[in-house]
Ligand binder design. Structure first.
Ligand code: SAH
Length: 352
């Protein structure tokens, strides 16, 4: 039965569905979920590593730098949640091979990938075979050793709940069914287990997975392990997102209720909430700063010039693609970068 019909059945049996349940099902349903069955990365949407090799390479150089700043742990875990087509990791590992410190770092590295999608796991395993990646289903399942985590466009696909204020009370937005169509609705009763509602907004969105993620990182640090975790994603850093649920199909934005399972679903990440959560847990956090500032601070311009010198016939293309990553009119400011860290280490590269 098509996912849409199954969703309608579920709603008829259980009542209107939270937005987070809808996202979770549309993305990860084993039979028809978007990531589980037809991840269209590069076709439905384009991420920074797919735009320019410079992105993954800079991340690779950052990893070597942080491994040194953590006093060269041996062995250590390099982990990426949500590696997609493994482009960023391939570029990163290749860049690491270019320097002596990078090669030493690779000798100490154990590569882990957190990926729920079996089809993406297969692609990642093939592309990264040289580094024998191990797969885990959650960051909590990683070994107890020094860890460097890198995640690009991973947090934005964690399911979000949505709330609206009616008078003085907050209600959860839900998806219900009308005949053969999915439609938006609002709970008549007051929302239960409401996370910190903003005082000056009548609407907000909340990804419960952000707290779980920070909690997992904090558990590492509490165990006395050295940690650096770099996250890059689009989102806000001043106020909570309102209604940012979007669906992408073949490069176009479509109605999120139109093609469940066939389109990618995503929301903006609330970076102010990440800052607040890390404070609550006592986890050291740096940033957010913009992707453009971060990449330039860690030397993206020099690496771009080097790439152009090595490939003079592709100079214009290399420049244009690199520019997209840092240009404020493109990905440069909309994307933010944050780093979470264990205590007692110097500030991470890009955040000094
Ligand atoms: N980082 C890649 C891909 C981004 S797409 C890039 O920048 O191109 C999102 C990735 O996160 C996919 O690999 C998807 O399968 C994975 N993903 C989605 N939900 C996840 C979850 N709960 N845990 C781990 N990975 C997840």
């Amino acid at each position: 039965m098509p996912l849409k019909d199954r969703l309608i059945n579920m709603i008829e049996l259980d009542g209107p569905m939270s937005v987070s349940m809808y996202m979770q099902t549309c993305l990860h349903d084993p039979k028809e979920g978007y990531y589980a069955t037809r991840p269209g990365l590069g076709r439905d949407f384009l991420t920074a590593p797919e735009i320019s090799q410079l992105f993954g390479e800079m991340i690779g150089l950052w990893v070597v730098n942080e491994w040194e700043a953590m006093w060269r742990p041996h062995p250590f875990t390099l982990v990426e949640p949500g590696p997609g087509r493994a482009t960023m990791m391939m570029d990163a590992l290749r860049a690491m091979k270019m320097t002596r410190a990078g090669r030493e770092c690779l000798n100490s590295m154990q590569l882990y990938l957190v990926e729920p999608s079996l089809s993406l796991r297969a692609e990642q395993a093939t592309k990264l075979a040289e580094h024998t990646p191990q797969f885990v289903s959650h960051v909590d399942a990683l070994p107890d050793q020094a860890t460097i985590l890198i995640a690009n466009e991973f947090l934005d696909c964690l399911p979000a709940r949505q709330f609206v204020k009616r008078g003085k009370t907050w209600h959860e937005k839900r998806i219900s069914a009308h005949g053969n169509e999915l439609v938006w609705g609002i709970d008549s009763i007051q929302a239960a287990k409401l996370p910190n509602p903003p005082e000056d907004q009548n609407e907000f969105e909340y990804q419960t997975g952000l707290e779980t993620f920070i909690e997992s990182l904090d558990a590492y640090v509490d165990n006395g392990l050295r940690l650096r975790a770099l996250v890059i994603d689009y989102g806000t850093d001043d106020k909570p997102p309102t209604d940012t649920l979007r669906a992408y199909l073949e490069g176009k934005q479509v109605d999120p209720l139109l093609a469940p399972g066939a389109s990618d679903l995503t929301v903006d990440v609330d970076f102010a909430e990440l800052v607040r959560l890390s404070k609550n847990f006592g986890l050291t956090a740096y940033g957010p700063k913009t992707q453009g500032d971060f990449l330039l601070a860690i030397g993206a311009e020099a690496r771009m010039k080097q790439l152009i010198e090595e490939n003079p016939d592709r100079a214009d293309e290399i420049y244009a693609r690199a520019l997209r990553l840092v240009d404020p009119k493109d990905m440069g400011t909309r994307f933010k970068v944050m780093c979470f860290s264990s205590k007692g280490l110097s500030p991470p590269a890009g955040f000094e």
